[in-house]
Design a protein around this ligand. Sequence first.
Ligand code: ZN
Length: 506
Amino acid sequence: MSATATSSFDALVTHLQETALLSTSNALLDWDQETQMPAGGLEWRARQQALIARMVHERSSSIERGDLIAAVESDPAAMADPQTAALVREAHRDYSKATKLPASLVEEMAKTSSMAKHEWAEARAASDFKRFAPWLEKLVGLLRAQADCYGYAKDGERWDALADLYEPGCTAKHVAGVFDPLRPRLQKLISEIKSAPRKPADGFNDFHVSVDRQEALSRLVAERIGFDFNRGRLDRSTHPFCGGTHCNDVRMTTRYNERCVNDALGSTMHESGHAIYEQGLDFSRIGTPLGESVSLGIHESQSRMWENQVGRSRAFWAWLAPQLPGIIGTDASRFSLDDLYGAANVVEPGFIRVEADEATYNLHVMVRFEIERAVIGGSLEVAGIPSVWNRLYKDLLGLDVPDDRRGCLQDIHWSMGAMGYFPTYTLGNLYASQLFEAACEQMPGLVEGFGRGEFAGLRGWLNANIHTHGRRYAPSELVQRVTGKPLSAEPLMRHLEGKLRPLYGI
Ligand code: ZN
């Protein structure tokens, strides 16, 4: 590397890291708004966040940033180093995105989404979509403008430009190509389960446990599977999420339902999976693309793997069962291992995505994908969302949605201006199954170890194969490298059928 390139590279890294110092301050304000802030703080908070978002955007799209990237790119010796080349490639990608958006649009989006999040929470509490609709219309207008600024392929659509922000290279056509064959296979499995000769006992899903005791359980499990409380926190919020500022300050949240311990346990393990990914990023690369997670789909593969492949396994419950009475009360001793394992794997179509079992979950995602694709594409008005939502729930899950609170107002995502995001959940399930199969092949006895409370093997494997790379490899390339195969729906169907058929006697 020449002396000039070295200093350009160092200057680029400094520029990226200083921008990250600002943007992660905004992430902390997000966390505060969801967990601590009184309602009265809203307006000032929206202005704080809008200002920081504008400053981040100005730095990310500055001529200085562009010049620094170009200077490193023009030095073949510097670019011969694969890590440098990957960092610069991703910095260039981000720079192209940032320079396509005018600052006024970035600021307007930050301000509108901050207010819209609050309006969504109120509308959801009142189960009144009409109250939220004007805000969603405003957001959709801004999202379409954003998509047009980013641009998309000639044979593509506006939605693609938004999805690419979350899953690089993702298009509606590609998603539909994955979802279309998956849908009938899931529907077939679910209908067989509906008429199955046997059903697992689900008494543990209706068992009263105080929030304090559930919190103790959540903390114990999170710590045991590898969440480091010296470098992170667990708090409460309406919608569980994982945020924070960097790998040594990871903020996750969960929520508690006194009637169902598995709600909090599932969402805590889910968010822990996200958090363990964040804590596993390389601190020496923090603030640069190599110290960031690669995509939401891969992020979701980490959360779903801990929630499902681990948290819904018989071995996991064999480890947890003997300890449960001591943590959540002696009444819990009346549940056998079969009862607990069965309760974690009850398949029952329901209204709420975040409470859905593994088999029906992807159908919830398909409803949202279809709606947001139509809204962004212009074939569906915002006012028409509730009726389309309710019709799709009837068609896919056989359910009559009783109100908007349990219908189209249940998720926070659209209120944050996030469209093109939902399919990453199903991509995450597909990645999770494929990665987990590879981990099991490479580490015989892995699942049996869960029965002894041994989770460090899986965590270490994920850290070495996924976390530590940051954005060095594109998601599809990463999966190919780790598993030796391109992404396929087969491991997910093998996982679901292999577990649910014996449980239901089909
Ligand atoms: Zn998640």
